[in-house]
Design a protein around this ligand. Sequence first.
Ligand code: ZN
Length: 342
Amino acid sequence: MRSPFISVRGRVILNAEALNMTESVGNYVKHRRVPVVVNRGGEYLTLFVPAISGESIAHGYQALLAREAGSRGLNVCDLCSKGIFLKSNNEKVLIKSFEKHFDREGIKPEDIKDAYDLEKFVIRGCVVEDVGGFLFAPAGGGKKRIKVSQAKRTSNFYVGYMIPAAEALENAVIEPQLHSRYALGTEFVEREAEGERTQGQMIYYVEIASAPYILSFDLDTRYIGRITYDSTHAGELVVSEKERKERIRAALEALRRLILELGFGAKRTRFLPTIEWESLAIAVSDDVWTVPTPFTKDYISRAQKKLESVSANTKLYTYIRDGKKTIEEVLEEAIEDAANRA
Ligand SMILES: [Zn+2]
């Protein structure tokens, strides 16, 4: 059975975004920042720049995957289908998430005897946890109804922090914006005394950032639908071949929507950023083959050079703004190729 590996790297300009906030101090909400080291003429320079965490992107991807899988009639557990990714972290969560699946499988929690049983049950019952992994780690080792002390499944997709592109590091900005919820002229505002503070007017600051960000996303389909944790059963397929193909298709369609709709991040209701894809490279391979980092702008030519010397039956699909093909066309070609290899 073949297992396509999909590697995506790209550059996208995001203006006036508040997609990943870290903390609020009083009425001040901070944007995430990370240190980045660059070589500037032989000297290493550390800069603190705006960033969007891999966790944030992973959450968005899994929410898209839950919807995509659900619309295809594939199993998604109760909590994942609501965008709550506790992912079987203890017995209570597992039993609550999979109430319907216990009925479907005709078993009870007590029938799950070991980590193999548990991983098989969760893979079959939830595409999000099949693709995105889970960690069953009950307090004190658990063993109340489910006789398993721990089990884990590593995610089959990989994301990293979005940081500004190398040549834009010094020009990436974070700026606090003042906002007010203004209610003067209503009965809800109390004027304490002339010239003094007015109650009822709330001011707050939100840090927004603007930068050309880089995105990295890999999807390894090898273990989708297969056992990974128990070494004697590792690699065993626990869904049908047809179902595995459908799950890979759902994972690819969620990836398409992640890129086209930039379907992740916070504060989108009032800080929806302007989004302009500058370039994108998608490699579809029969085995692990990743596109070089888009941190430096020559990444597409470096990817082509890499392909000349190393290939896993790799096909490279590239998009450049103002090029011949639209980003939708490039994505369509890459996703069809990947789906046909499954
Ligand atoms: Zn789930």
